[in-house]
Design a protein around this ligand. Structure first.
Ligand SMILES: NC(=O)c1ccc[n+]([C@@H]2O[C@H](COP(=O)([O-])OP(=O)(O)OC[C@H]3O[C@@H](n4cnc5c(N)ncnc54)[C@H](O)[C@@H]3O)[C@@H](O)[C@H]2O)c1
Ligand SMILES: O=C(O)C(=O)C[C@@H](O)[C@H](O)[C@H](O)COP(=O)(O)O
Ligand SMILES: [Zn+2]
Length: 374
């Protein structure tokens, strides 16, 4: 019988750039040994943020030192605003200042903000260094640490500047989630539920029945994280650079990213997973309005996300939103736009999402006008 406390490994199959996602308890303490075993003699820069550093940086640095891996830590301010150009410059200068070579590693210890920023630096310094993800938020463990999308935000929109650069190892230590604030746990849960809504209706139903156990920890949490990683690994292996099916992972994101940009990436008002929660409800409601799906499915999604404590409506965002034409400007900057035509991830029902090209902008505008008041 499998020991439920032993780590689970999900493989991301990308030919010579394949890598493991290791999920389990106590992995930060083992990180040095795992990295040194794969790359003897490697040195690294550890990029993190102040909140994560306070709780977990010492353990990671000690684990690296025990394995003889020299580490140069850099601690940044927490929050979405850190995904910007001048912070990228800081990370690059730090890595170069530590005299790390191309064969050395950038290690991201943190949530998706740190992972996206540090990964971008790893992708461009010396034209590409090794990259290791040690994700510490639920969102990062189930989504952002996997798949190689890295980048920063722009005044023009979310994640508009970046590169694909795969990690060569992901170590998801589930113990660190004990220090994650509940609001951030919920935000990560939105991306967990996303995999059910894309194409795993059974997983969504399982979450509806088991979400309390996922929140309280133990085997259900590990099961949810491993299922999410497996789902993402399969999509990434099939379409690494989003020329097709990978766009499904963007369910809820066209609306969600527009809301993040419209709130000026202010994490106090809206964090990414919350934007995704509202965006997924809007995607289901818009699908119902276009007669593609039943309104009952949209109601079911909204009910579940609301019951776990996530926002589900634009009016849940405090401080008001700019006019709809500004929201539409952000929607039009989405990376899925092709020759000016909007692409959305829409649905025919729970777990039946699909890529819809050429979605009429005027329909989206009228829908947002109606929805923002509700
Ligand atoms: N690259 C991808 O494929 C991908 C996928 C999904 C999201 N993202 C990006 O990820 C970002 C969101 O990531 P996030 O939700 O992890 O946000 P985040 O990185 O801002 O982390 C959330 C908050 O929790 C804190 N935190 C993280 N781990 C902690 C821990 N163990 N203990 C205590 N505090 C902890 C952080 O300091 C921060 O304040 C967004 O920028 C989003 O665009 C990228
Ligand atoms: O990995 C992907 O592909 C995703 O779309 C995952 C999303 O959850 C994530 O937020 C991603 O950063 C969005 O990508 P973008 O290309 O729309 O910026
Ligand atoms: Zn996302």
């Amino acid at each position: 019988m499998t020991d439920p406390t032993s780590p689970r490994t999900v493989r991301v199959d990308l030919g010579e750039r394949s890598y493991d996602i290791v999920i389990g308890s106590g992995l930060i303490a083992r990180a040095g040994a795992e990295i040194a075993a794969r790359r003897p003699g490697i040195r690294c820069a550890v990029i993190t943020d102040r909140n994560v550093a306070a709780a977990h940086l010492d353990s990671l640095v000690a684990s690296l030192a025990d394995a003889g891996v020299e580490a140069a830590p850099l601690v940044l301010e927490p929050g979405e605003k850190t995904k910007r150009f001048d912070e990228l410059v800081r990370v690059c200068d730090h890595v170069l200042g530590a005299r790390l070579e191309r064969g050395d590693a950038v290690v991201a210890l943190g949530g998706g903000v740190i992972g996206d920023l540090a990964g971008f630096a790893a992708g461009i310094v010396r034209r590409g260094m090794r990259f290791v993800q040690v994700p510490t938020s639920l969102l990062a463990q189930v989504d952002s640490s996997v798949g190689g999308k890295t980048g920063i935000n722009s005044g023009h929109g979310k994640n508009l500047i970046g590169v694909f650069h795969q990690p060569e190892l992901v170590l998801a230590d589930t113990d660190v989630l004990d220090t994650l604030p509940i609001r951030e746990f919920r935000a990560g849960y939105a991306e967990v539920a996303k995999y059910g809504l894309i194409d795993r209706p059974g997983f969504f139903a399982w979450l509806e029945a088991n979400w309390r156990e996922v929140f309280s920890g133990g085997p259900a949490r590990i099961e949810a994280i491993a299922t999410a990683c497996q789902a993402k690994a399969e999509v990434v292996a099939a379409d690494e650079r989003e020329s097709g099916a990978r766009a499904l992972l963007n369910l809820g994101h066209t609306f969600g990213h527009a809301l993040e940009a419209a709130t000026n990436y202010d994490s106090a008002r809206l964090v990414h997973g919350e934007g995704v929660a509202i965006g997924m409800v809007l995607a289901h409601e818009f699908s119902a309005r276009m007669n593609l799906a039943s309104p009952d499915d949209a109601a079911r999604v909204a009910h579940h996300l609301r019951e776990v404590g996530l926002p589900t409506r634009m009016s849940d965002i405090e401080g008001g939103l700019p006019p709809t034409d500004i929201l539409m400007t952000h929607v039009a900057q989405d990376k899925k736009v092709r020759r000016g035509a909007l692409t959305f991830i829409l649905t025919r029902g729970i777990g039946q999402s699909f890529i819809a090209d050429d979605v009429p902008g005027d329909e989206v505008f009228r829908f947002l006008e109606d929805k923002r008041a509700s």
